[in-house]
Design a protein around this ligand. Sequence first.
Ligand code: NAD
Ligand code: TYD
Length: 358
Amino acid sequence: MKNMLITGGAGFIGSNFVRYMLKNNSEVCILNLDALTYAGSLKNLEDVPGAERHNFVQGDICDRSRLDSLMRQHEIDTIVHFAAESHVDRSILGPKQFIQTNIVGTFTLLEAAKSYWLQDRKLDGNQARFHHISTDEVYGSLAPNEPAFAETTPYQPNSPYAASKASSDHLVRAYHHTYGLPTTLTNCSNNYGPYQFPEKLIPLMILNALEGKPLPIYGDGHQIRDWLYVEDHCEAIELVLRQGQVGEEYNIGGDNQPTNLEIIQTLCSILDARFPDSPHTPHSKLIKYVTDRPGHDRRYAIDMRKIHNALGWQPRQALASGLEKTVDWYLANSKWVVEIHKQQQYNQWMQQNYADRP
Ligand code: NAD
Ligand code: TYD
């Protein structure tokens, strides 16, 4: 793990991972390849520690010749693949880009890795690693009493986003099984924390509440997600890279089961405590029930026994204090927020997703 290619390293989890790796590993050099779509920003990478070991390149994972030359030029031995279209609501309104980036992009990256590692360099599982970042959403939706998602749970993706991620997971598995590409794969639950783009539930609710805007809850708000603080995710990925078994997949989660409504009420209480004199306090009065997401998954839950038993990993950050830290990060980084709020593209998305949602 010397020369690491990180794809999507200017997005939410990718930028946290770049920061985490540079801080905790003095030997690793990072080549960060990111197309800088609406979700990626160099502002997420300002002040990374060990910046001399971080090299950013703007580019598309679907560009095979670019991948080939970058892999050779930087003698890449490890790929950590985050780059994706990641928002379920966008996949419902415009699935095409999800097929392109998540499926064709992953395929292109796998081909480039196979060609450089297996054909040109004749490397084996101890000398190279392709780690694919995926989601628990590939498993579909759970009824209230169904057991949590284990690595053996059949895939049953429900949204175009989940289907595109499931497809990329299958390709990764096939490249290991058929060609012997040294792969590992992690399926993680919902992340939250610093630098999350404010189209996702937690940052959207924090920022809307601060401005006294409605807090749009889809449906009845009793959908359940498992929430993981992003730094815990980064730690789990590093552990899988170092000690995970080639060809294996590991489920990662935060070991909690709040409803969306509970998450929003907790965020409102945190803001009430921070701003007792705000005209918007109590912030929960801003809650507005809106038309549900089509095909909305009801419940996700993660069975983490495999990663815990095999690698000793478990989440460190409790949800309540993690949410406090996250609110405080958004409060302390209003300049970062303002830049996003200024983007026409962002405001168009808000209009497109929420205007016709009585
Ligand atoms: P994000 O949307 O914040 O970031 C995605 C990044 O990928 C952006 O920087 C974007 O510019 C880049 N990108 C998009 N298309 C690209 C392309 N064609 N070529 C190069 N770069 C491209 O996403 P995130 O929330 O950080 O998620 C990262 C990964 O983790 C994704 O694969 C996602 O499926 C997975 N994941 C996310 C969560 C979550 O809760 N956010 C949970 C589990 C798994
Ligand atoms: P999201 O952050 O989009 O993640 P995912 O769909 O990948 O789980 O949404 C988390 C949950 O919050 C999900 O059940 C949908 C719900 N949600 C709302 O109720 N209102 C919103 O405005 C958003 C963005 C999400």
